[in-house]
Design a protein around this ligand. Structure first.
Ligand SMILES: [Zn+2]
Length: 446
C-alpha cells in the first residue's frame, strides 16, 4: 500500500527525533509568547522557554488539562488574533461547558495532511470514493475526514449520520470503496444491508475507518465479516486537532501510527503524572509541535494506552499507540473494582450466540452497586430456542446455560459478578447519529 508522505513517514528515528526537538523549541516559544496562560504556567514551574532545549526537557513542563480548557472558554487559549482563526470546533463535554478549539489556515493544512496519511494507512487512496458518515458540525469527525479525503485527492460523500436506509443506498449506488463512521454505526449499516438483502461483499466497499468510540478486536472481526472490508481504528481528539492523530496500518493492524512529527506523545502514570517507560500502560499526553491557533503543552487526553516502538511491517518509522482500552473517564468503578466497558464487549463478542449489541446498566441496591449486562442473542440462537412469539424465554434451558456461561466469564475477566440479561434480536435501540450508548449509569439518580 502507498505511504502518503513517504519522506516523513519513513524518516529514520534519529532524524525524526531531531526534527521533533527543533519543532518543540519553536512550539514552546510560540505558546509562551502568545498565550498568557502558558506564560503563567511556565513561570510557576520555574521554566523559561530557553530552558527547553529538546525532547529530554519536556518533563520539566507542566501539564495542561481539560479543566484548563474549560476555564478559558471560549477563546482564552488561542495563540493568534481571533481574525486569523478560520475554523472553530468544540467537543461536547458530558458535564458543563464545551471545550472550544480553533484553527488557522496553516492548521487546517496540517490536519488535512495527517488525515490523508490516516486514510492511506487504512487502505484508501486518490480517486477512491469515500463515504463519510461521521457527524458534521462542531464535532471534528465529519469535517476532519472530509479535509483529509480532499487532501488525498479522493471523492468524498459528506453523508453525516442518520437515515441509514439512504446511507446503504448511496454506498451501493455511488460505489464507495471506503466507509468512515463509528464502529457501532458500521454495524447498524451492516444490518441495513442485510435487511435490504444486499451482500456488501458484492460491492466495491473494501476499507473501513472506524473511531470515536473504544472498540474491541472481537467487534472488528464482526464488522469485517458482515461488511466484507478491512477495518482499522482511527484516533484523534479535537483538543489535539481532531481525527488523524493516529491510525492503524492495514499491513499490521498492530497499534496506531502516530503523526508524531506534529503531535509528540508521552505516556504517564494517570495518578502521579510520572512519565512511564516504553511498554507501560498509562495516560496518553500530547504536545503539539506545529499548531498555530491552539497549541497544547503536555495535554492530558485521559486515554489509557501504551507506546509501541518496535519497527512495523509497513515500513513506517513512527511510534504506535496500542488500541485504547477506553478513556480514563469511561472507566467505571463498580463496588470498588475498575471496569472498562471494552472488557465486557470482549467477553460478549467472543461468543457466537451473542450479537454485537449490548448495554451495561449500573444501578444501586441499597448501598451496593449493581452491574447488569444486557446483550442481544443472534437470530440463529433465538430460532434454536424455539420461542413462541419471536421473543426469548428466560427459563429455556439453552438461555439459562448461556446466561450462566457469560456470568462466569465476566466474573473471571472483571473480578466482579454481574447480572446477565439476554434479549431477543433488535431489542436495543440502534444509534443513527453520534456515539453508541453502551453504559447507562442510574446510580446518581437513585
Ligand atoms: Zn505499520
Amino acid at each position: 500500500m502507498a505511504i502518503w508522505n513517504r519522506a516523513i513517514e519513513t524518516l529514520p528515528r534519529d532524524r525524526l527525533r531531531a526534527l521533533q526537538g527543533e519543532r518543540l523549541r519553536a512550539a514552546i516559544a510560540h505558546a509562551h509568547e502568545r498565550v498568557p496562560f502558558y506564560r503563567r504556567r511556565l513561570a510557576a514551574a520555574g521554566v523559561a522557554p530557553g530552558d527547553i532545549r529538546g525532547l529530554d526537557d519536556l518533563g520539566r513542563l507542566p501539564f495542561t488539562t481539560k479543566a484548563d480548557l474549560r476555564d478559558h472558554y471560549p477563546f482564552g487559549l488561542f495563540a493568534v488574533p481571533r481574525a486569523e482563526v478560520v475554523r472553530i470546533h468544540a467537543s461536547s463535554g458530558t458535564r458543563g461547558k464545551l471545550t472550544v478549539v480553533g484553527y488557522t489556515t496553516g492548521d487546517l493544512a496540517v490536519w488535512g495532511e495527517v488525515v490523508a496519511r490516516a486514510i492511506s494507512l487504512a487502505g484508501g487512496g486518490p480517486g477512491d470514493i469515500i463515504h463519510n458518515a461521521y457527524g458534521y458540525g462542531l464535532f471534528t469527525g465529519g469535517l476532519g475526514l472530509q479535509l483529509g479525503a480532499e487532501a488525498l485527492g479522493a471523492t468524498v460523500v459528506p453523508m453525516s449520520g442518520g437515515n441509514t436506509p439512504r446511507q446503504a443506498m448511496l454506498i451501493r449506488d455511488f460505489g464507495a470503496r471506503v466507509l468512515c463512521c463509528t464502529p457501532s454505526y458500521a454495524l447498524t449499516i451492516a444490518e441495513e444491508f442485510e435487511r435490504q438483502g444486499i451482500d456488501p461483499r458484492d460491492l466495491p466497499l473494501a476499507y473501513g475507518i472506524f473511531g470515536a468510540e473504544p472498540w474491541s478486536d472481537a467487534l472488528r472481526a464482526e464488522i469485517e465479516r458482515r461488511l466484507g472490508l478491512v477495518a482499522t481504528d482511527i484516533y484523534g481528539l479535537s483538543e489535539v486537532i481532531g481525527p488523524g492523530v493516529a491510525n492503524e496500518c492495514i499491513e499490521a493492524k498492530d497499534g496506531l501510527h502516530i503523526a508524531e512529527d506534529h503531535f509528540y506523545p508521552e505516556v504517564v502514570d494517570p495518578d502521579t503524572g510520572a512519565p512511564l517507560p516504553p511498554g507501560a500502560w498509562g495516560e496518553l499526553v500530547f504536545t503539539s509541535l506545529t499548531k498555530e491557533a491552539f497549541p497544547n503543552i503536555r495535554y492530558r487526553t485521559g486515554d489509557i494506552t501504551t507506546l509501541l516502538e518496535e519497527p512495523c511491517a509497513c515500513g513506517r518509522t513512527s511510534r504506535r499507540m496500542a488500541r485504547l482500552r477506553g478513556r480514563h473517564d469511561d472507566m467505571l468503578i463498580v463496588r470498588g473494582v475498575n471496569v472498562y466497558p471494552s472488557e465486557v464487549e470482549a467477553v460478549l463478542l467472543a461468543l457466537e450466540e451473542i450479537a454485537p449489541f449490548y448495554q451495561i446498566v449500573l444501578a444501586r441496591d441499597g448501598a451496593l452497586d449493581t452491574l447488569e449486562v444486557q446483550a442481544e442473542v443472534t437470530e440463529e440462537f433465538r430460532a434454536a430456542c424455539r420461542a413462541a412469539d419471536g421473543g426469548l424465554d428466560p427459563d429455556e434451558p439453552r438461555v439459562r446455560a448461556l446466561r450462566a456461561r457469560i456470568g462466569d466469564q465476566l466474573r473471571s475477566r472483571l473480578g466482579l459478578g454481574a447480572t446477565v440479561t439476554l434479549l431477543a434480536p433488535n431489542t436495543l435501540t440502534r444509534i443513527e447519529v453520534g456515539k453508541a450508548v453502551r453504559v447507562v449509569d442510574k446510580r446518581s439518580s437513585v
